[in-house]
Structure formats: C-alpha cells, structure tokens
Design a protein around this ligand. Structure first.
Ligand code: PRP
Ligand code: MN
Ligand code: MG
Length: 178
C-alpha cells in the first residue's frame, strides 16, 4: 500500500505561534534556572530547534539528544521501545525537560520518563508538540502540550512516514492512496 499527503492539519503559521507561546511559558517557569532540554531523535528535532529559540535568556538552556525507535517503516507502533543513542549529560540534580514531537500510544514517553527518573534529576517535565489522546495505552503526565489532535497519521515538522516528509514546515494528514 502507498500513502499520500492529504490536507494540512496545522499550518506553519499556527505552529509557529503555538511554539512561541510554549517558549514563553517555559521561560517563565524556569527563569533564573539552568534547564537541560532533551530532544528525542529524530522526530523532535525540528520542534526542539524552534522551541529553544523561543526560550529567553533568563533560562540557562543546554541541549542534549537521545534516540529511540519503535515505529520503523510502519504507521503502527511495535510497542517495543529501543534506546539507539543515550544522552551525554549527567542529569542528576538538574532540571530536565524532555521534548517530543508526538505522544501517540505514550509507550515512548512513559518509558523515557521512568528511565530519566532513575537518574534522579531535580525536576523532570515533558513537552510535546502533539498529543493524540484516542491512542493512549500508557499514561504519563504532559506538562506542556502544543496541540491535541484526532487519531490521524500525521507527517511534517519532524514527523515522518518511513523516514520521509520530516522537512515539511506544516503538519499534514497522510492516508492510503486509492
Ligand atoms: C515516533 C514519534 C514519537 C513516538 C510516539 O517516533 O516521534 O517519538 O513515535 O509514539 P508512541 O507514543 O506510540 O510511543 P518513531 O519511533 O517513529 O521514531 P522517529 O522519531 O525517529 O521518527
Ligand atoms: Mn520519535
Ligand atoms: Mg517516526
């Protein structure tokens, strides 16, 4: 089966405005503190790079990355979370913010939340651009959420189908082509 881009779900402008708001909120919450922002490769890379530029200089921001994979070349999750690359930082005693493009089943974020908590950060919060509540299987508290979206497969702004379409500045719905 092949898939094709359908309608725009969230335009570039709508995303930009919301990311700016999230950055302001994070700036207020962490003013005067140091914050390690952890991006989950590869999906979060575009969101993270825009988000950190909307956090003002009252916060001492550091950036790190980890990579997990569960989807492979399918639109369905395998349910198995695999760490492909860990962060370089020692987060013990630090304020940490995990940044993700999307919470779908929640398996990735619930796994990462538990893994990072074991390392005893001072504070650990989660920021997602998109949340798809209809698909949740594991619950985890989201501290900053860009948009709640319906149960559609979406791509663009970091989100992929089989590795493609991450570069699109807007978020699109993908459906099987007839
Ligand atoms: C996607 C997405 C999230 C995760 C969400 O990543 O970027 O990380 O799945 O799904 P879940 O809530 O059901 O766990 P993917 O495994 O496709 O890797 P990628 O970020 O490299 O595209
Ligand atoms: Mn991902
Ligand atoms: Mg993916």
């Amino acid at each position: 089966m092949s898939y094709e881009l359908n309608e725009v779900l969230l335009s570039e402008g709508v995303i930009k405005d919301r990311v700016r708001e999230l950055g302001r909120q994070i700036s207020r919450d962490y003013a005067g503190k140091e914050l390690i922002v952890i991006g989950v490769l590869k999906g979060a890379v575009i969101f993270l790079s825009d988000l950190v530029r909307c956090i003002d200089n009252s916060v001492k921001v550091k950036i790190d990355f980890l990579a997990v994979s569960s989807y492979g070349a399918s639109t369905k999750t395998s349910g198995i979370v695999r760490i492909v690359k860990d962060i370089d930082s020692d987060i013990k005693g630090c304020e940490v913010l995990i940044v993700e493009d999307i919470m779908d089943t929640g398996l990735t974020l619930s796994y990462l939340y538990r893994l990072m908590m074991e390392r005893q950060p001072r504070g650990l919060r989660i920021c997602v651009l998109l949340d798809k509540p209809d698909r949740h299987q594991a619950e985890v508290n989201i501290d900053y959420c860009g948009f709640t979206i319906p149960d559609e497969f979406v791509v663009g702004y970091g989100l992929d189908y089989a590795g493609l379409w991450r570069n699109l500045p807007s978020i699109y719905i993908v459906r099987p082509s007839m």
